[in-house]
Every structure is written in C-alpha cells, then in structure tokens.
Design a protein around this ligand. Structure first.
Ligand code: CIR
Length: 289
C-alpha cells in the first residue's frame, strides 16, 4: 500500500509523484528529472535584451506573460520554482541558464561571453550558495550555459561566439571534479548557443537542426531533425515526463508527438525576438532533501 505523509501541499504532491515516477521507470534518476528550479523575474529593461536581428523588439507584458506561463508549466511538471527579483541593470538576466550550471552534486558559476552579461553570475551567487552543497566558479575564459548540453553519459560544451576554448576547457576540469565527463564540440556557425540548435528529448534521442545533424556530433544518439523553417523549434525542454515546446513550430510538434512524448506547448513569440528559447529561462536540478 502507498503511504503518504498525513498533510501535503499541492506542490509536495507534485514533487512526490515526480520522484516516484522517475525512480519507478528507470531505477535511477534521469538527467531530465528535476524537482527544483531557479528563475528570475523579468525587468521592463528585458525589451533591450541582446539580439542579432533588427526586427521589432518584444514587449514587456508579452515577455512577462511567457515567463509566468513557463513557471506554471514547470510547477505542473513537478518542479518547485524559486523566483528571484528582477535585475533592471541586466536586461538579459531572466535567462538564468547562461550564467550558471547546476547539478544535484553542485553548481558552477559561469562567465557569460557577452560583456553586458558578465555580472549576472555574481548576482546568482547568494542563491546558489544557499541551495547547493558546493559551488564552483569558472575563472578562465567565457562560457554561456546555453552552450552546455547535459546528456546521460557526457556533458557537451559547444564553442561559439560566447563560449571560447579557454572557458570550455576550464569548465571541463570543473565538471570532472563533480564526476562528469565533458565533450567539446563546435556550436554551428550562425547559431547563438549549442542548445539553440539541439536539445535532449529522451535518454537516447536529440532534437536537432539540420546543421547539427550534418556535423555528426550526436552520432551516438537518435537524431530527430527539425525542418529548416522551424530551426528555432529545436530548443525544447524535457522536464520529467513532459516536453515543453514552442507553439509556433507545428511540424516539430508533430514529430515530438509521433515520438510518443507528452508535449506541453508554450508561447515563445516574445523571447525569440531576443534570441532566446525555452531552456534558458530556468536552472533545473534534482534535490534529495
Ligand atoms: C542573449 O543574447 O544573451 C539573450 N538575448 C538570449 C539568451 C538566450 N539564452 C539561451 O538560449 N541559453
């Protein structure tokens, strides 16, 4: 008989269900089993976030609504979200994935490669110190967390305009101290981050752009290739048994559905205008306590 503690909040029930589901299915935690996340509320300055294109900027209410819907989707997937206050001086600070990397074993403060984002790591320091058993710090080179893809056997680090070789090698050493093995790869030219172009959707499958598939980096995985017109759709976020995906990529959504995945769609119309995707709005990990 299943024994439940006598009094549980709704979020405790979600967490307990997620925990039991993950362990029951695999006998071990999967790299996308998460019960904790950190997010940062957007400031009105988010509309000045870095972007490559010259199309219309996003609106603050639009981004705020997408951010709130994303937080709710994480909570419904069984994740307890710590929401940090806005940082008006850093327009891109809602993209907390870039200045840090987190695992159950510990966190790593990174050094984002865009000068306007370099200070974001220090702003995360207090919350990382409070939530993780150990916090390591990248001190050489530059790495954006968007260039880091965690898979069951290796952590891929993409070298890009934001992540240099010095930073990638220094990060590989820090990962080794957490017992993780790193593989250095090239983020495809013209792509902001590695995870803009490839994300993990189950333990043996990635969703990727044609450029990533052609590069052969993920030859040990099954690769689902998104249509060229939906290249931004390759950035999805697997959380426990759900895949969060942008609602503007219909053929990609069909592919995920045909692959047998439970998909939750979210609006990304605002964040794509500042070159962002779904992975970048949270830091996610599994905490045993
Ligand atoms: C930037 O250019 O840094 C932000 N406007 C977007 C960052 C998106 N981050 C991510 O995909 N990991």
């Amino acid at each position: 008989m299943v024994k439940w503690p006598r009094i549980m909040s709704v979020s405790d029930v979600f967490l307990e269900l997620a925990k039991r589901r993950g362990v029951a299915q695999t006998g071990a935690m999967r790299v996308y089993d998460f019960n904790r996340a950190i997010m940062r509320q957007p400031a009105p300055s988010v509309i000045d976030g870095l972007r490559d294109g010259d199309g219309p900027p996003p609106t603050f209410p639009g981004i705020a609504a997408e951010h709130a819907a994303y937080a709710s989707a994480l909570e419904e997937a069984g994740v307890a979200v710590t929401s940090l206050p806005p940082l008006p001086a850093y327009p891109d600070a809602i993209f907390v994935e870039d200045p840090a990397l987190v695992f159950s074993e510990g966190a790593i403060r990174l050094r984002p490669g865009a000068p306007s984002r370099l200070g974001e790591g220090a702003a995360l320091a207090p919350v990382l110190a409070a939530q993780f058993p150990r916090v390591l710090e990248l001190t050489d080179g530059y790495v954006d967390g968007g260039d880091v893809l965690v898979t069951p056997r290796a952590v891929f680090i993409g070298q890009s305009a934001r992540t240099d070789r010095t930073g990638a090698e220094a990060l590989a050493s820090l990962l080794a101290t957490l017992g993780k093995s790193a593989t250095l790869v090239e983020t495809p030219a013209g792509t902001l981050h590695l995870k803009s172009a490839v994300t993990l959707i189950d333990e043996e499958t990635v969703l990727a752009t044609q450029a990533v598939a052609a590069a052969g980096i993920f030859r040990n995985f099954k690769v689902l290739v998104v249509p060229d017109k939906e290249a931004h759709g390759a950035n999805v976020l697997r959380v426990n048994d759900v895949v969060l995906a942008g609602n503007r990529y219909p053929r990609t959504l069909d592919m995920l559905d045909s692959h047998g995945l439970e998909v939750r769609t979210l609006s990304v119309n605002g964040i794509v205008k500042i070159d962002a995707g779904l992975t970048c709005m949270s830091l996610r990990w599994w905490a045993d306590d």
